[in-house]
Ligand binder design. Sequence first.
Ligand SMILES: O=P(O)(O)OC[C@@]1(O)O[C@H](CO)[C@@H](O)[C@@H]1O
Ligand SMILES: [Mg+2]
Ligand SMILES: [Mg+2]
Length: 280
Amino acid sequence: MADVWQTAMDHAVGAARRAGQVVREALQDDRKVMTKSSSVDLVTQTDQKVEQLIIQSVKEKFPTHRFIGEESVAAGESCVLTDAPTWIIDPIDGTTNFVHAFPFVAVSIGFSVNKQVEFGVVFSCLEDKMFTARRGKGAFCNGEPLQVSDQEDIKQSIIATEFGSSRDPDAVDRIFSSLRNVLCIPVHGVRGAGTAAINMCLVASGCVEAYYEIGIHVWDIAAGSLIVSEAGGVLMDVDGGPLDLMSRRIVAANSRTIAERIVREIDAFGPPRDDEPLRR
Ligand SMILES: O=P(O)(O)OC[C@@]1(O)O[C@H](CO)[C@@H](O)[C@@H]1O
Ligand SMILES: [Mg+2]
Ligand SMILES: [Mg+2]
């Protein structure tokens, strides 16, 4: 049976690759840095340019589709996930890395229909790694199949997480409390690429056993969530419930055992949801 979304996925891969070229070229220039929600929540003209390039290219082929783009939302667009075919775009995941030329920068494009992610594309543009997944058809990196780690013992595991962009002392205390709890399980190590999308691709690739974070947004995780699940991984909320793409909380792991063990250590809190009306 023909895959109705394959053409859209092929377009997403091409758009991500073209976007990655723009990012790489921009690294050669001075990057004008601006801020959003705080002095450490960075954005550049490249983020905005790349998002518009992707959106315009999609609109030409799929004029009825909808968009949730990080920089469009920052500029006032709504952030509501409907049943309509929706492109969920983070033009540069890892903007802080991009500004500092720290070599983990991704273009993330998720695509949902009826609020279910149908394909995910994450292009790690400085590594030249194109991660893709189509629902029910597996996950790949540059065309090679991906499989999560088979490690079942968390004490033999590496866990990925991030400190996030909040500098609110109470939120930081809870982030460090969770980090301390996880580290002292003990685990072999804790790592962070500085981008949720690449952290999730590391889970899908079997390089780390799990990734968790509170504070991410739907555009950070939509594509990566499918790449993890199609690589055999498990997704859940930090309270052990089902993953809610708009909740700003995630655990992505190689197995339910590891995911639930991490949930036990997380000092969970709930930032304002992505779809909360007064979120701006
Ligand atoms: O604003 P950006 O770069 O699109 O994304 C922010 C981000 O890189 O920061 C967090 C690390 O603290 C990640 O989880 C998330 O992907
Ligand atoms: Mg991001
Ligand atoms: Mg971004």
